[in-house]
Design a protein around this ligand. Structure first.
Ligand code: CMP
Length: 139
């Protein structure tokens, strides 16, 4: 099924000038960016995006990290895009990520893990709409 998913290149990866390599990796894997923007999240925006994690002990650190510098958000389209992009990212903890995945290649820790991806179709719809309106996404 053709799907769209949200990708965020996080402040650690943007700060290390890895965005170009990460986008190339994504495109080489056959996922097509249909929307792209760079922004610096405010505290309220980061808290809203990660609201599902607000009771977790790492929430405050996660929000601090996600607001520490610019991020690049993208909508990726392709057949089975949600699961394919999750596989490409690798495990949340880079120590557990498979060889060749974005997090194995570029992440430093469970928190500073280079990239985010939506985990399911409903989450993808909500997360894409958090960053992009329909007019921002090419058809
Ligand atoms: P992400 O895929 O963006 O989804 C939630 C984020 O919370 C996750 O990547 C990590 O950056 C962070 N996270 C998840 N679990 C932990 C943890 N145990 N400790 C610190 N940060 C975490």
């Amino acid at each position: 099924m053709n799907e769209r998913t949200l990708c965020i290149i996080k402040p650690d990866a943007v700060g290390k000038n890895l965005a170009g390599k990460i986008l190339a990796h994504i495109q080489e894997a056959g996922l097509r960016p249909v929307a792209l923007r760079m922004l610096r999240l405010t505290q309220a925006q980061a808290e809203g995006f990660y609201a599902v994690h607000r009771e977790r002990p790492f929430f405050a650190d996660l929000v601090r990290f996600m607001t520490s510098g610019p991020v690049i958000a993208a909508v990726l389209e392709g057949e089975d895009a949600i699961q394919r992009y999750r596989k490409l990212m690798g495990a949340t903890d880079p120590g557990k990520a498979e060889a060749g995945t974005l997090r194995k290649l570029y992440a430093a820790s469970t928190q500073s893990n280079a990239v985010h991806g939506s985990d399911a179709p409903e989450t993808a719809r909500v997360e894409v709409a958090y960053f992009f309106s329909s007019i921002d996404q090419v058809g």
